[in-house]
Ligand binder design. Structure first.
Ligand code: C2E
Ligand code: MG
Ligand code: MG
Ligand code: MG
Length: 282
């Protein structure tokens, strides 16, 4: 477990390391229990068409409702979940909940096939041998239209296992499930993989959007990302839009879609459903 404690902190008798290790162990035990006791909930953040203001889809974001700590955000447990392999179980739970939500909204006639549910799949989860079977099983169980489902993976999912990644993505493409590259531009950047994989959407990372202040210089890499997407016939979603100024700049660049606190935070099921019910229909 020393790996999690940062470089150069390998003093066996360091009491702070001992405390940190104990804490990580406690968290791991808690995570295992959380899986058994179904303490995970999924919140849904709308993804908006920047030119019409209509809802284009939702991103499913996991929350851990810890019995004593309250709501624990993913940043505090996803890294450990990845390290311990627990992400595979958690990921399955999230995918299942998100697909059941699509099924319910579809039955309530709140969505048609033009509205997608975007689900984060970690690199480790993506590398599981039976990932396609897992997805097939949930699709069969919920009977949702595959066009309602979009998977978000980061560049790292391609890098370490390009061959198997390609095979998996082709399987997904055959099923008409869509694919986004999350946090685009922040990872290992070899653009060549984009050419080889069937990708529908690039998500412009929040770190680029938060720099937008109305000036030309603040655009940074965004125009280049937009250009890549255009060339490859992919759409872009800008993440973390918080201000009108940022929105105006993104619109000027003809970024089609966005999500952020300016529109809505990730919402619990009930509030997301109310928002959909109150929105103009497709
Ligand atoms: P992400 O996939 O890039 O998700 C976007 C994050 O940005 C979410 O944080 C969202 O709440 C946050 N966000 C959205 N709009 C704004 C905004 O205007 N301002 C700010 N400051 N933040 C905004 P969240 O929910 O805490 O998730 C963090 C990360 O945890 C996600 O980043 C994703 O990498 C991971 N994650 C969340 N849910 C899952 C999951 O179900 N499975 C996996 N594997 N990873 C997940
Ligand atoms: Mg995401
Ligand atoms: Mg993202
Ligand atoms: Mg991000």
């Amino acid at each position: 477990r020393a790996k999690t404690l940062g470089k150069g902190q390998y003093h066996v008798f360091d009491p702070t390391m001992h405390a940190a290790a104990m804490q990580a162990l406690q968290l791991e035990n808690d995570l295992r229990k959380a899986i058994q006791q179904k303490e995970f909930v999924v919140h849904y953040q709308p993804i908006i068409s920047l030119c019409t203001g209509k809802i284009n889809g939702f991103e499913a974001l996991v929350r851990w409702q810890h019995p004593t700590r309250g709501i624990v955000p993913p940043a505090l447990f996803i890294p450990l979940a990845e390290e311990t392999g627990l992400i595979n179980s958690i990921g399955k739970i999230v995918l299942s909940q998100a697909c059941h939500q699509v099924q319910q909204w579809h039955q309530e006639k709140l969505i048609d096939e033009s509205i997608f549910m975007s689900v984060n799949i970690s690199a480790k989860q993506f590398a599981q041998l039976d990932i396609v079977e897992q997805i097939d099983q949930i699709m069969a169980e919920t009977q949702i239209n595959p066009q309602n489902l979009k998977l978000e993976i980061t560049e790292s999912a391609f890098i370490n296992n390009a061959q198997s990644a390609k095979a998996i993505l082709q399987e997904l493409r055959q099923r008409r499930i869509q694919l986004s590259i999350d946090d685009f531009g922040t990872g290992y950047s070899s653009l060549s993989y984009l050419h080889n994989f069937p990708v529908d959407t690039l998500k412009i990372d929040q770190s680029f959007v938060s720099k937008l202040d109305g000036t030309l210089e603040s655009l940074g890499l965004i125009p280049a990302i937009k250009k890549i997407a255009e060339t490859m016939k992919m759409s872009v979603v800008a993440e973390g839009i918080e201000t009108e100024k940022q929105l105006a700049q993104l619109r000027e660049l003809k970024c089609e879609f966005g999500q952020g606190y300016l529109f809505a935070k990730p919402l619990p099921e009930k509030e997301a459903t109310e928002l959909l019910a109150a929105s103009p229909k497709w």
